[in-house]
Design a protein around this ligand. Sequence first.
Ligand SMILES: Cc1ncc(COP(=O)(O)O)c(C=O)c1O
Length: 443
Amino acid sequence: MTSLRSGISRRHFLGGSLSAAVAGLATTSLPQKVKAQEPVFASPLAALKPPETLDEAYWWKIRSQFNIQDGLTFMNTGTFGPPPRVVLDEHIKIQRELSEDPRNNYRSSELHDHKAVLAEFFGADTDEVAYMRSTTEGMNNFAHGIDFRAGDEVLMCSHEHPGGYGAYQALERRVGIKIHYIDLPIIPESPEQVVELYERAITPKTRAIVVSHITFITGLLTPVKELSEMAHRRGLLISVDGAHPPGMIDVNFHDIGCDHYAAAGQKWLLAGTGTGLAFFKREVQDEILPLMGADGHEEDGEWVLHEDASRYEHCGQRHISSALGIKTAVEFQKTIGKANIETRVRELATRLQNGLTEIPGVRLQTCVDPHLGAGLTHFSVADVPMNNVRQGIMDLGRIHIRTSSRGDVSGCRASTHFYNMPEEIDELLRCVRHIAEHSADYM
Ligand SMILES: Cc1ncc(COP(=O)(O)O)c(C=O)c1O
């Protein structure tokens, strides 16, 4: 079915200032590239059920469900994850239906019915889940829904993403709230230390904690369950930016216990562009006003908000195929199994992180402790500028990663999802080792 093949001609990818450095690798064997082009059509989900013991053959079968170009290694799921064929097929099918019979273009009852599947997958009640078009939309919906007063404080760490903190910056200008940023250690000692740092920063004016479940810079896995317990003990709201964990690790909103959780669909859940979800705990829904007008209905001549989290969904005509496709993405992941996915993601990340720590000159800036890290890995190579490392890796191995930086952290970030293969990790390590050994050529 699937096999490794010799790498494509590297000459094709040479060019720019790094060519000479890349040429230094020309005497070594061409990289083995991953090939997974069969089958061309999506397999039925029943055919993707995992065997009792998971082996590499099974993961090759899963990899074969993706259309990623032969010879391209994609390790930036943290920005956008390629939807598997079953999701792509669903999008195409719905677009075709809309073009053939445009009458039922809202598909409201299907969207509603799908929520039961999504809620069950993420440990919520159906009435607590709202469709969103992105994490950013989910974060904004909560932030702008709070009845903030001038002087109120919001606590967050300095590694939050603009999608999460942007709304609060707007509220600083418009309402006069204040964001109180704390610096967490790049490699915290323990989850308890993280919780303690947040708790110590609370003041009498703090109203809410805003926290990434996994930060986008270094991939720090934040102890959001413990933070939620602490926040509630201190009478605060807690909103979780969950752009990364859903689809990467086993996420359960009720178990976390937060008031709000905004999830991306287009990243690790592999649901495609323009997709997301948000969890609004039942108990906070009357406190948090919807951002975009209000989704509601008429009752005795009065306009009333919907009783559930769908009140937050008002956004004009939704991209129906994307929204309906979220359920297919969830079913794909359910078939593989949440626990199997998390285990595989962690195995691949551990392989990468262990390999990086063995390369002289490489600095790993992600926690290897499984309580504080998962599928994002951040590293830098000696003093080589991060963009040169990223480009060097592309030139050497046709591997796509991204850079990420904030304050004194700057480097490259690799996302290793379950569709990545150990061979791809090893190839990335080979490229990083080459750059570290020839760092002067990449300055
Ligand atoms: C932690 C974090 N929050 C929010 C976002 C924004 O995500 P979206 O494009 O789904 O709004 C990102 C995007 O990478 C992110 O990494």
